[in-house]
Design a protein around this ligand. Structure first.
Ligand SMILES: [Cu+2]
Length: 423
């Protein structure tokens, strides 16, 4: 018996026990978390329980140099995740069909964001519904929370240390979030391929300090109810008003075309023809709306790129950018016309030892460089910045492009509106 098979049995036994073996025959796509909550069964263990249900499957997205209104423009095939968390958690009998129908060809880029508070327990069910566009493939999938400390092997999603979720199977991943910060998640099964194909997303954890009532700290820091912080800083250094996650990724359409055309994926020639922020190239990065693509296989419109990368603030506000990269090919530098204060790196406060009591390292800069798997938290103070339209853009200037279109790419807009009453 292999190690992964043993772990698989252990996890299957534990999860079957949790579910009580009470489900219908097609229980493979059932989530344990929502139905248990709906039945009034307390699984909180003193913590806030968050239930989420994702499918792993496929879909199509549209690049900024293509015409979204024209299905003949050939949108690009992706692998990816889709959020199918039930709106009616008591609908046990239909859940398998509902999951299959909701997730089919509905993968988005990036994957649905996972946003939680420190101390939350997340039960994340992943159901592998297979590839509608490539039914000959039977790839397993996983969810790997990149950067999370002390994840158990079974729930870490690294297939060699645990296992992948096969087609028509589900696993509920458990994680208790004890460290605030900016993280990311992705499928770790054949990671170079599945991440290039779109199985990656944004994750961040908000600190407990946000939930404090009005109080004074011994160091003179005055916390006001409702103030929000990036970390439990103990002195208000990481306070912010507006929060925008920006995830960098690369996209090679020839790799995706090879996948849908049943050709060998060209790993050695992988290239970021489309550098993306939140799954989009400029000017679509600055479109505040979710973007849709009409799928060529089903003729239906799906939300393909749900997250805008537009940054908006009123003069005087402090803007937190949660910058992360899951690019599989190269480093990118993100520049800002307005100075940015680095307050966090690698999901830790930017102080000595990554601890609140460490030496302060926060400083102003006009650019940050991130590689795949890295995150940086920056705060932009707009107090002394005249209202107007500014840009965040890569200083790797040859990546300011959408494919062959020599304008766009890894860039977005930062719009500062006048404070009310200002002349
Ligand atoms: Cu995968």
């Amino acid at each position: 018996m292999t190690r992964s098979f043993t772990l698989g049995l252990l996890a299957a036994t534990a999860l079957a026990g949790l579910a009580g073996f009470t489900g219908p025959a097609h229980a493979a796509f059932r989530a344990q978390c929502e139905p248990l909550k709906a039945q009034g069964i307390d699984i909180s263990d003193g913590h806030n329980v968050v239930c989420k249900h994702l499918t792993a499957g496929d879909g199509f997205i549209t690049m900024a140099d293509q015409d979204r209104s024209n299905p003949a423009a050939e949108p690009t095939y992706i692998f990816g995740f889709s959020d199918v968390t039930p709106t009616d958690p008591t609908d046990f009998e239909n859940s398998a069909q509902t999951v299959q129908a909701k997730g089919r060809l509905a993968a988005s880029f990036p994957a649905p964001a996972i946003v939680v508070d420190e101390g939350d327990d997340l039960y994340l069910t992943l159901s592998n519904i297979g590839f509608a566009g490539r039914p000959d493939l039977f790839d397993p999938h996983t969810v790997h929370y990149h950067g999370f400390p002390n994840a158990s092997n079974v729930f870490d999603g690294e297939p060699e240390a645990s296992f992948g979720i096969n087609v028509a199977q589900s696993l509920t991943y458990f994680y208790r979030f004890l460290e605030p910060g900016t993280y990311m998640y992705h499928c770790h099964q054949e990671a170079a391929e599945h991440m290039q194909m779109g199985m990656l997303g944004i994750t961040y954890v908000r600190p407990k300090q946000n939930k404090l009532a009005d109080q004074s700290f011994p160091n003179g820091f005055q916390h006001k109810t409702g103030n929000t912080y990036v970390y439990n800083d103990g002195d208000g250094e990481t306070v912010y008003d507006v929060e925008v996650p920006l995830q960098i990724a690369g996209f090679d359409p020839s790799f995706h075309k090879a996948s849908v055309d049943v050709q060998p994926p060209p790993f050695a020639f992988m290239e970021d023809a489309y550098p993306l922020l939140n799954g989009r190239g400029y000017p679509e990065t600055a479109n505040p709306a979710p973007l849709s693509t009409t799928g060529p296989l089903d003729g239906a419109e799906h939300v393909s790129q749900p997250m805008s990368a537009l940054v908006q603030a009123t003069q005087g506000q402090k803007v937190l950018l949660r910058i992360s990269s899951l690019d599989v090919q190269r480093f990118y530098t993100l520049g800002s016309q307005i100075p940015m204060k680095i307050v966090g790196k690698g999901a830790r406060i930017f102080r000595g030892g990554g601890k609140a009591e460490g030496v302060k390292l926060a400083h102003l800069t006009n650019s940050v460089t991130v590689g795949g798997g890295e995150s940086v938290d920056v705060i932009i103070d707009t107090q002394d910045v005249p209202p107007g339209r500014y840009f965040l853009y890569t200083t790797n200037l040859n990546y300011l492009s959408n494919g062959d279109q020599d304008f766009g790419g890894l860039m977005t807009e930062f719009v500062i509106a006048p404070a009310s009453g200002a002349v």
